[in-house]
Design a protein around this ligand. Structure first.
Ligand SMILES: Cc1ncc(COP(=O)(O)O)c(C=O)c1O
Length: 448
């Protein structure tokens, strides 16, 4: 199985990026609970025949949809070791906790957070955001009329976290963006002033380091100033862009991130760690612990023995039992080193610029948003939303490339997010070739 997965990764470029699953493959998954065992070899064959070919395909260099990382064989074998050990990282006196603590410490140093910063690894940024926002809310003694602010380009996980923690998504003010899709800080300040006047309590300010639609980076330093002046909690959504701190070229554009009260980010996107792995970093560890500390009597800590080594990760987040996802992050960072991971990020941005140049030279395509990182949004000129959507579906079905859609100022655009270390200029050219075929097919009015 190990050999066959290494082969799969090595030869992935010879496969279609994605293909729809035929009915016979789906039919395997409607059988009832088996009462007797099946030999492992048979199960592996079933995996190879009915699961592997019909996954999303984000390990493929031609995959450019949504924001999906590509993973690496290093992360894959680390995942195997973690599963073999079967460590439960909720807590207790064990070295695997030191691995997670080290990962958190590395990230604290990378982002310039102070000693006394808390953190916890999570399944992704959505859950890290819940951890951060719950801490932010518990940190307030006055919890009435709390209002939160984020740009209209902020990810949906912000509103969802507000719902989950009980503040409610209605408390979120969605601030307009400028022509670079960054939060309009003048409009933000006007809204804060209006809310104060109306008796509301401005509480949370969310900045995004790499928006999901176009990769825009909010002006984090200005947001930090506003948050400080208004005594608001500054949270940064760095799901996509925070790892760009590893690139000396991009890091200056993230200035201000070091002043955040909390940061949510993913390892499973641009840091190439296999799914799933995210992190919440909280500037004041004591606030995070008082929001989450596990108090059940059976979890009481001791000075020695297995119940020592407190505080535990379960004191910093939602989960009690949790897997050893820190190991694949730790392996990835050590096997490649920060510089090499940073070069992957630069490489993705360079490819994005090459794609921009190709679109600018293309007679029938136009850019739909400025390109600030690794996301390129473009359109077929003078075509409606239905046609842009049909083009995306057609490219996906071609198996040559897999972009997705974005809506910018209410209009559909073809969106390519270059996140995978395996992607090269060949795949950028292939995307354009597939786009040309799709235009030929779809622009006649046919809705594929
Ligand atoms: C900017 C941004 N924030 C949050 C998320 C959610 O992250 P996750 O999918 O890890 O929960 C994403 C996912 O694409 C994102 O791009």
């Amino acid at each position: 199985m190990l050999d066959s997965m290494i082969d799969y990764q090595q030869r992935i470029d010879q496969r279609p990026v994605w293909q729809p699953a035929p009915d016979p493959a789906r039919a395997h998954f409607s059988s009832p609970l088996p009462q007797t065992g099946t030999p492992l070899g048979v199960l592996h064959r079933r995996f190879v025949e009915t699961i592997l070919p019909y996954a999303v395909g984000n390990a493929h260099p031609g995959f450019m949809g949504w924001v999906h990382g590509g993973g690496t064989p290093v992360g894959m074998v680390a995942e195997m070791l973690a599963a073999g050990l079967n460590a439960n990282l909720g807590g207790r006196n064990q070295i695997p906790l030191e691995v997670e603590r080290q990962v958190i410490r590395w990230m604290r140093q990378l982002f310039g957070f102070p000693r006394g910063t808390g953190g916890v690894l999570t399944s992704g940024t959505s859950s890290a955001t819940i951890v951060a926002l719950h801490t932010a809310r518990q940190a307030r003694t006055d919890r009435r009329h709390l209002v939160a602010y984020a740009s209209e380009q902020a990810h949906g996980c912000i509103a969802r976290a507000l719902e989950v923690i009980g503040v409610g998504a209605a408390a979120l003010r969605r601030i307009a963006v400028d022509d670079r899709f960054q939060i309009d800080t003048a409009a933000l300040q006007r809204q804060i002033a209006a809310d104060r006047k109306a008796g509301e309590t401005p509480w949370l300010l969310v900045g995004t380091a790499g928006t999901v639609n176009s990769g825009a980076i909010d002006n984090l330093a200005t947001l930090a100033k506003i948050a400080q002046r208004e005594r608001m909690w500054l949270h940064i959504d760095g799901a996509l862009g925070a790892p760009a701190m590893l690139s000396p070229h991009i890091a200056p554009r993230l200035a201000g991130i070091e002043q955040a009260d909390s940061l949510a980010m993913d390892f499973h996107k641009w840091m190439q760690v296999p799914y799933d792995a995210g992190m919440a970093l909280i500037r004041d560890e004591t606030l995070q612990r008082s929001a989450f500390a596990a108090t059940d009597s059976y979890l009481q800590r001791e000075e020695s023995g297995l119940a020592a080594n407190s505080p535990w990760p379960c004191d910093y987040g939602i989960d009690l039992s949790r897997g050893f996802r820190a190991l694949k992050v730790w392996f990835t960072i050590q096997a490649f080193g920060g510089k090499r991971l940073g070069r992957v990020i630069d490489h993705c941005c360079l490819l994005a610029q090459q794609l921009v140049a190709m679109i600018e030279q293309h007679e029938r395509l136009e850019l739909a948003a400025p390109v600030s990182l690794n996301i390129v949004c473009f359109r077929l000129c003078r075509a409606d939303d239905a046609t842009q959507r049909a083009i995306v579906r057609h490219i996906q079905r071609s198996g040559m490339a897999a972009p997705s859609l974005a809506y910018l100022h209410g209009r559909a655009a073809i969106r390519a997010a270059i996140v995978n270390h395996r992607t090269t200029e060949i795949h950028i050219r292939r995307l354009l070739e597939a786009t040309d075929h799709a235009i030929h097919h779809c622009a006649k009015g046919a809705s594929a």
